[in-house]
Design a protein around this ligand. Structure first.
Ligand SMILES: Nc1ncnc2c1[nH]c(=O)n2[C@H]1C[C@H](O)[C@@H](COP(=O)(O)OP(=O)(O)OP(=O)(O)O)O1
Length: 168
């Protein structure tokens, strides 16, 4: 992994950009509450986020999204809807392309695993201060059932630049 000299999005050749890892995030939203996790390991450990993770060989993004929720919370998300893409470039050279889904229901009872602690919040009380900095830019769009694509440049945990396009 080679560090890159970028300080703004315009320093990156997005036309030819391809992430090292594709990944997913899923937000179960039911009765004005959203199911988040306190992430116990992996990228973003310690932060609050949606359940998710990297694609496995041969998996579609939808299959990955469902599997990650099952693994991290022991529930199966239902009525999955794709809402957007987040393209993350880190200045240390790492990149991850995240596909974001919403689910309006789930099967089972969410429980703590070695990867995550389940946490429910009212949708008007989302703890953005404890989440990745970009989440406050696009999670409100997902909550409004909008579709979007966003590009984000990070130096470790600090967001240096971003842009979001609403899709029709
Ligand atoms: N900036 C930002 N905002 C919101 N969400 C994320 C980011 N960067 C990210 O990487 N993410 C999300 C995308 C993924 O869901 C996870 C990272 O995947 P991770 O949990 O490390 O992957 P796993 O495959 O589950 O890894 P293991 O822990 O099982 O090894 O964070």
């Amino acid at each position: 992994m080679q560090p890159i000299a970028a300080r703004t999005l315009s320093d990156i050749d997005w036309e030819n950009w391809k992430a090292q890892d594709p990944a997913t995030l899923t937000f179960v939203i039911k009765e004005d509450h959203i199911l988040l996790i306190r992430k116990k390991r992996g990228l973003g450990a310690g932060k609050i986020n949606g359940p998710g993770g990297r694609l496995e060989e041969g998996e579609t993004t939808l299959e990955c999204a469902v599997r990650e929720v099952q693994e991290e919370l022991k529930i199966t998300p239902l009525n999955m809807a794709f809402h957007g893409e987040c393209l993350f470039q880190f200045v240390d050279g790492y990149s991850i392309h995240v596909y974001a889904f919403a689910a309006s229901d789930y099967d089972g009872i969410a429980e703590e695993t070695d990867e995550a602690i389940p946490l429910w919040f009212h949708i008007n009380d989302i703890p953005y201060d404890e989440m990745w900095e970009d989440d406050r830019c696009w999670l409100p769009l997902l909550l409004k059932k909008k579709n979007f694509i966003g590009r984000y440049l990070f130096d470790k945990d600090t967001m240096l630049d971003y842009e979001i396009e609403l899709l029709t």
